[in-house]
Write a protein that binds this ligand. Structure first.
Ligand code: ATP
Length: 213
């Protein structure tokens, strides 16, 4: 199946479906209907059915989707056989939090290196992850077969960091810095700006609060 052209939003939802399916599986169910997945994720059953149809899977009208089969199929689409290695660049509060959060959570995505410029952090191990000097990004990424970089350096360092990652052959970047980045088209870039997300929530919270009217 050619999954190259799946919409980004569908890929995001497939990840959410898989986590939801694991939850349902743990309740000893073997099958699930689209409306049950939809209800847990606050989306429409039509959306769920459309996404799952896009990956070429169809459920049984009477029983719904086979949970294990669907989990396996989503895994084949999202994961690679041997998994992917990930590096965190910038071992400040956010970088450390990401490493701790991820520890033992995903078998197919492993954070195996961190990079920093602060001598107090370099050559130490945080939650099982070795911190290297940023000057070794190129070498370690190549030698350790790291394909994904998470940028958690300060905004003014983000562009240079992304450039180094791209030159080192990275294939995907998750940018947590508030600085929007440009990378070559053969590198997938996902930006997560916490301030934008929080201000969006603040805007709607304000609208929902009588005191601000
Ligand atoms: P701390 O106070 O421990 O440094 P922080 O979260 O306040 O934490 P930030 O200023 O956000 O730190 O920086 C995040 C991390 O990025 C820091 O550990 C910093 O040393 C590191 N850093 C800064 N510039 C670079 C760079 N060019 N390459 C790699 N790491 C960098």
């Amino acid at each position: 199946m050619n999954t190259k052209h799946l919409p980004h939003k569908t890929v995001e939802r497939l990840s959410q479906y898989r986590r939801t399916l694991y939850l349902i599986l743990s309740k000893d169910k073997t099958h699930v209907f689209s409306h049950e997945i939809a209800q847990m994720l606050h989306i429409t059953p039509v959306q769920v059915r459309r996404d799952i149809m896009l990956i070429g899977y169809s459920g049984n009208l009477r029983k719904g989707y086979d949970i294990k089969e669907l989990i396996d199929l989503i895994g084949k689409i999202i994961d690679t056989e041997k998994g992917q290695n990930v590096a965190v660049i910038g071992l400040g509060n956010l970088g450390k939090a990401i490493i701790s959060y991820f520890k033992g959570k995903r078998t197919k995505l492993k954070i195996i290196a961190a990079f920093d410029i602060n001598p107090d952090k370099i050559n130490r191990v945080y939650d099982g992850v070795q911190c290297y000097p940023a000057s070794r990004i190129h070498e370690i990424i190549k030698n350790e077969d790291i394909t994904i970089g998470i940028i958690t350096v300060p905004a003014e360092q983000a562009v240079a960091t992304a450039e180094t990652l791209v030159l080192s052959g990275i294939k995907g970047i998750l940018n947590y810095s508030p600085k929007p980045l440009n990378v070559s088209p053969n590198v997938f870039l996902e930006e997560y700006d916490m301030i934008t997300s929080l201000e969006k929530v603040a805007f709607y919270a304000k609208k929902n609060d009588e005191r601000f009217k």
